[in-house]
Design a binder for this molecule. Structure first.
Ligand SMILES: [Zn+2]
Length: 331
């Protein structure tokens, strides 16, 4: 998906409210921890003008009382949902039809598309989405523009952009609307090429593995492996490539863990300088993991930092070996 591809399309900015077990973990349905109770969306054209709105309350089937936090934040109540809510399969079908063909989905944060699909799968509905499912995470794009490493809240973004209107937050329709307003306010040409990939459906095999190029980095999403060790034994996972010239690179600093689920690596492209590799091991269900690897051309300062982190790691390993030796001797 490239920018010219995006710009000719319709944008569906949507937001969901969901409920969860009101009595915590013990009564959670593992197949549906978050049950969608409200769908709100706005449709925008390629000039980012609002052209339509969609709103539906959903009749809960799994959790028949609202978690107190949900009623507190959304001000929804179960009587209203029972009175005007429609069953989820009906609402989902209606939403998909309203979206039209091949829209660009936009959300605040990375959870809504995943939960939409999880709810659809729970009711055994077809998932009418392309693979990989690329979308625009407006929260991420806004943070990129602000040069922020934090994930800003929609309220605070709307406030600092001067977008506040006489409508509240935390109801699906309003949040979709404000997300659309933030989209209009950011430098869309610069930041929209940094789209996101939804991880609900993962590559089922090698052929389906995802490789995407962004203006400043490359991203690889692997298939599912039984364990992190098995994933890290796969050359496709650990290969270092310069994302500018596609050269296969030798490793200057081999992959080392920064913590249990994240690894770093450093190579140098003779033409484009230091390339930092970052691997994140992400859990998939009860007994599987998949890998998200990013390869980025970095400055000397960042490269030095990776080297320093690697030295710290080596020092810890030496310390740990000494301790082990000592405890062996004394036992
Ligand atoms: Zn290169």
């Amino acid at each position: 998906m490239c920018y010219t591809h995006i710009i000719m399309r319709t944008y569906i900015v949507f937001d969901l409210e969901w409920n969860q077990s009101p009595d915590g973990k013990q009564n959670t349905n593992e197949d549906l921890p978050f049950e969608i109770i409200e769908i709100g969306a706005v449709k925008m054209n390629e000039r980012l003008e609002f052209i339509d709105e969609y709103h539906r309350l959903v009749l809960p089937q799994i959790y028949t009382r609202l978690h107190y936090r949900i009623s507190q934040v959304t001000h929804l109540n179960i009587q209203e949902l029972r009175r005007v809510g429609v069953p989820f399969p009906e609402a989902a079908g209606e939403l998909m039809e309203w979206c039209g063909t091949d829209p660009v989905f936009c959300t605040w944060g990375s959870m809504d598309l995943t939960e939409l699909q999880r709810n659809m799968s729970f009711y055994e509905l077809d998932l009418p989405f392309p693979f990989p499912l690329c979308y625009l995470d407006i929260q991420k794009l806004y943070a990129l523009q602000m040069g922020s490493r934090e994930s800003p809240s929609l309220d605070s973004a709307a406030q600092s952009l001067g977008l506040l209107e006489d409508r509240p937050f935390h109801r699906a329709q309003d949040d979709a609307y404000y997300t659309g307003k933030v989209m209009q306010a950011i430098d869309f040409v610069t930041w929209s090429p940094y789209f996101s990939v939804d991880y609900y459906r993962l590559p089922r095999n090698k052929e389906e593995e995802i490789r995407l190029t962004f203006p400043t980095y490359m991203k690889y999403v692997s298939r599912v492996y039984p364990s992190g060790e098995e994933a890290l034994a796969d050359k496709d996972v650990t290969d270092m490539i310069c994302f500018r010239c596609r050269r296969m690179l030798k490793k200057k600093i081999r992959w080392f863990p920064v913590h249990s689920r994240q690894y770093l690596c450093l190579s140098v492209c003779p033409e484009h300088g230091p390339v930092r590799g970052k691997i994140r091991i992400r859990k998939q269900g009860e007994n599987g993991v998949y890998i998200v690897k990013t390869l980025k051309c970095v400055d000397e300062e960042t490269a030095d930092r990776v080297e320093a982190q690697s030295r710290e790691y080596q020092a810890r390993v030496i310390q740990w070996r000494k301790m082990k030796k000592r405890s062996k001797k004394s036992s």
